[in-house]
Design a protein around this ligand. Structure first.
Ligand code: CMP
Length: 153
């Protein structure tokens, strides 16, 4: 099973979308294995967004991400990285597919409500930046046999 990291960004918090967003992942059949509120620091963001450090929007992005705490979650499931990215939608929210979180709730390409890991490698790195080992939970979900067929997961 894959694990992937999702952040509800400060605009998602301010707009009261936390419950709506979590509900979508739950209904999909993903399993919540980590959840916390966290204030992103400059040092965390420098590492989180290292691939954007030379972009003109880098400083604005960091200021935005430090506006309020974020809600950080780890969701587990079969090919969870790709499944979660589909639910999230593309970066530019006004062009994101209707039915996706960004497509349903956003217009901006920067204040786009939510972050999701773009690969297993990013997920591992992001998980390590936010969560301690004892904040990730291994448990039996009663839903597993309803969500997946025998031998599939
Ligand atoms: P995300 O895809 O989660 O991670 C990188 C973030 O950088 C992206 O969401 C946006 O919040 C932000 N971003 C990407 N492109 C731009 C841009 N052209 N201008 C401003 N912010 C951007």
């Amino acid at each position: 099973m894959e694990r992937t990291v999702v952040l509800i960004k400060p605009d998602g918090i301010q707009r009261g979308l936390v419950g709506e967003i979590m509900h979508r992942f739950e209904r999909k059949g993903l399993k919540l294995v980590g959840l916390k509120m966290v204030t992103m620091t400059d040092a965390m963001l420098d590492s989180w967004y290292v691939h954007h450090k030379d972009k003109p929007f880098f400083e604005t992005l960091k200021t935005f991400m430090e506006w309020t705490p974020v809600v950080a979650m780890v969701w587990e499931g079969l090919e969870a990285v790709a499944a979660v990215r589909k639910i999230v939608g593309i970066t530019k929210a006004r062009e994101a597919e209707a039915g996706s979180i960004r497509g349903d709730f956003g217009m901006s390409g920067s204040q786009n409500i939510i972050h999701a890991s773009d690969s297993l490698e990013s997920a591992e790195k992001e998980l390590g930046l936010i969560f301690n080992a004892d904040e990730i939970f291994d448990y039996e979900s009663g839903m597993d046999s309803l969500i997946y067929s025998k031998g599939e997961a």
